[in-house]
Structure formats: structure tokens, C-alpha cells
Design a protein around this ligand. Structure first.
Ligand code: ZN
Length: 242
């Protein structure tokens, strides 16, 4: 199976469309949560994903948009966008989001939005929190999102520590023989300093993982956000990739 691995789409329909084209061919989509929040097209994103052969888990913004998370844990801009999303989301799409599980296991791959320990909320950005997760759980591969940073973290059993591997885009890396936390980055709101959409290709037959990124029409998403009165800071950050 060849999987398109995506996360943190955040209602950015233009970015999602581009990733679904650029990632071809693939057999199925693994989505690591935060389909909605921040951006202008929550319904379109949920509906386009449902047309795919899809495995999807919930993220913190998904929960915020259906009233399952207290909106006061989000910053002002995120909260304002979530209020807007709550009103915008159709009842069918709300029901779809409400049914998403917080963890899934696909073969050797554990899918969570945040971390194995805290599937919805923990940000896996440093080797210390990664180490605690590697030690407390038995997963071989954890696919995570949430930080919007494309990244791999490897467990080095001989050194009893975790090691960050920075992404090399467009070059498949072998997975066999490693324990890894893999983050494809964000489709709809990258925060690594580049505005282009991030995703990954997981080839479960060859056992390889490839970080990918593709430019999309950022200005179209920005225009739609403006038209819907979403916060200016959220509009600006899309073109900065921050
Ligand atoms: Zn997110």
C-alpha cells in the first residue's frame, strides 16, 4: 500500500487540492487530524477527504470546532476562527468530525494527532518528550501531526536517547530496523518558514517514508479568509510559513 500522509489541513482547501494531485499515485490517505480550524473552507475540506479511501483521526481544532474542547485553551486568533467554524460547519460534517477516533493502528503504524501519550494535545517537538513516549509505549512507528513541523525522531536504543532527523524533501528514507516518530508537517498552515504545503508518502511495501512539499495558491486561501472576516494575523502567516 502506498499512503498519502497528511495532517493539519486547517480548512485550507486550495492546499489540500494541490496535495491530493501532487501526491498521486496513492492507494489511501492517512490523515492525522486538524482538518478544520484557522482557514476558510471547513466543509469543502471534510467533504473532499470523505471522497478518498480515508483513515482519519481527530485533532485539537477538530474537537474545538464541535464543542468537545474548551475554546479558551486556544489563542485569540485560533479561538475566533473556531467560533466561525462552529457556525459554518454543516451538521453532516460535524457528525463526521464527532465520530473520528483519537488513535488508530494501521499495521506497524500508530496514528495520533499529538503523541502516543496525549493523542490530542501533546506537542512532540523535543527529544525529551519523544524519549518519554518511546519508553512508555511499544510502537515501532508513530505518525503524528500537531506541531506543523515536518520532522522524524528516531529512537537510539544503544544510547538510550531520541535523535531528531531533519527532513530531506523528495528522497524516500528506509524505515526498517528503526523506531521512529514521523511528522509529515502541515498541509494548510506550515510553520517551518516555507509557505508551501507539506505532506509525506508512506510506502508500506517498500517500507519507505518520503517528505514532500508543493506550492499552492496561498493568495486564493488568503482572499477567502478575508472575505469571511477571519483574523488578519492568520491570513498573514500563511505566506510566511510561520
Ligand atoms: Zn494544527
Amino acid at each position: 500500500m502506498r499512503y498519502l500522509v497528511i495532517s493539519d489541513i486547517h480548512s485550507n482547501f486550495s492546499a489540500l487540492q494541490m496535495v491530493l494531485i501532487d501526491g498521486r499515485p496513492f492507494d489511501a490517505v492517512l490523515c492525522l487530524g486538524d482538518i478544520i480550524g484557522y482557514g476558510p473552507n471547513p466543509n469543502e475540506c471534510v467533504e473532499l477527504l470523505q471522497e478518498q479511501s480515508l483513515t482519519c483521526i481527530a485533532g485539537n481544532h477538530d474537537w474545538g470546532a464541535i464543542g468537545r474542547a474548551d475554546l479558551f485553551v486556544f489563542n485569540n486568533d485560533a479561538r475566533q476562527a473556531l467560533y466561525w467554524t462552529q457556525h459554518e460547519l454543516s451538521s453532516e460534517n460535524r457528525a463526521f468530525i464527532a465520530d473520528l477516533p483519537t488513535t488508530m493502528q494501521i499495521g506497524d503504524f500508530l496514528l495520533v494527532h499529538g503523541s502516543p501519550r496525549e493523542p490530542i494535545w501533546e506537542y512532540l517537538v523535543d527529544v525529551r518528550s519523544a524519549k518519554e513516549n518511546f519508553l512508555a509505549y511499544t510502537f515501532n512507528f508513530a505518525l503524528v501531526g500537531h506541531t506543523h513541523l515536518p520532522l522524524a525522531i528516531e529512537w537510539c536504543a544503544d544510547l538510550n536517547q531520541a535523535k531528531v532527523i531533519l527532513p530531506i524533501f523528495g528522497a524516500p528514507m528506509p524505515l526498517t530496523g528503526h523506531r521512529l516518530i514521523l511528522n509529515p508537517g502541515s498541509v494548510g498552515q506550515p510553520r517551518d518558514g516555507e509557505p508551501s504545503a507539506c505532506y509525506a508518502i508512506l510506502d508500506a511495501d517498500q517500507m519507505t517514508w518520503e517528505f514532500r512539499r508543493v506550492p499552492y495558491a496561498v493568495e486564493i486561501t488568503q482572499e477567502r479568509m478575508r472575505a469571511r472576516g477571519l483574523p488578519q494575523r492568520l491570513i498573514d502567516r500563511l505566506q510566511m510559513g510561520r
